[in-house]
Ligand binder design. Structure first.
Ligand code: DQA
Length: 138
C-alpha cells in the first residue's frame, strides 16, 4: 500500500475559522476524511504544526518512509531555507500546495523557497489542490 503524508504548516489549523473568504469555511479534518475515502487504496496520514522545526523533522521522517508528501508550508514557504533543505535531503517527491492564489496576493507571497526543490506546485485551486497533488503523486 502506498503511503502519502499531507503536511500543513502554520495557521492552517485554523482552516474554517481563518479568513474564510480566502481559505474556505470548513476545517481541514473534514477534507481529510473525504481524501481518505476518495483514496482508500492509500495509506494517507496528516500532520500539522505551527513550528518550523517540527515541520523539518516531519519532512525528514516522512521523506524516507512515505512514497510522497503533499506540503502546504503556509508562510514558511516564503521564508524557510530550512524547509527547502529538508525537502532536498529526502528521496520522496514533495508537491507544494497553496489554497489561495499566492501570485494574486501581496508581493511577499510571490516568492517560494520551496518551489525549486519540489516536484511540482499547485496554487490557487482551493482544497481541490490537495486532491490533485495526491493524484499526481500516484
Ligand atoms: C497559503 C499561502 C501563504 O502565503 C499563507 O501564509 C498561508 C496559506 C495558502 O495555502 O494559500 O498561510 O499557504
Amino acid at each position: 500500500m502506498k503511503k502519502i503524508v499531507i503536511i500543513n504548516g502554520p495557521n492552517l489549523n485554523l482552516l474554517g475559522k481563518r479568513e474564510p473568504e480566502i481559505y474556505g469555511d470548513k476545517p481541514f479534518e473534514l477534507y481529510f476524511e473525504f481524501f481518505k475515502k476518495t483514496f482508500h487504496q492509500l495509506e494517507l496520514s496528516y500532520f500539522q504544526s505551527n513550528i518550523e522545526g517540527e515541520l523539518v523533522t516531519k519532512i525528514q521522517e516522512a521523506g524516507f518512509e512515505a512514497d510522497g508528501i503533499v506540503l502546504n508550508a503556509g508562510a514558511y514557504t516564503h521564508t524557510s531555507i530550512a524547509l527547502a533543505d529538508a525537502i532536498s535531503a529526502v528521496p520522496a517527491p514533495v508537491i507544494e500546495v497553496h489554497i489561495s492564489n499566492v501570485y494574486a496576493r501581496e508581493a511577499f507571497r510571490h516568492h517560494s523557497y520551496l518551489a525549486p526543490v519540489c516536484k511540482g506546485n499547485i496554487v490557487g485551486l482551493g482544497l481541490k489542490g490537495y486532491e490533485l497533488a495526491i493524484q499526481a503523486l500516484l
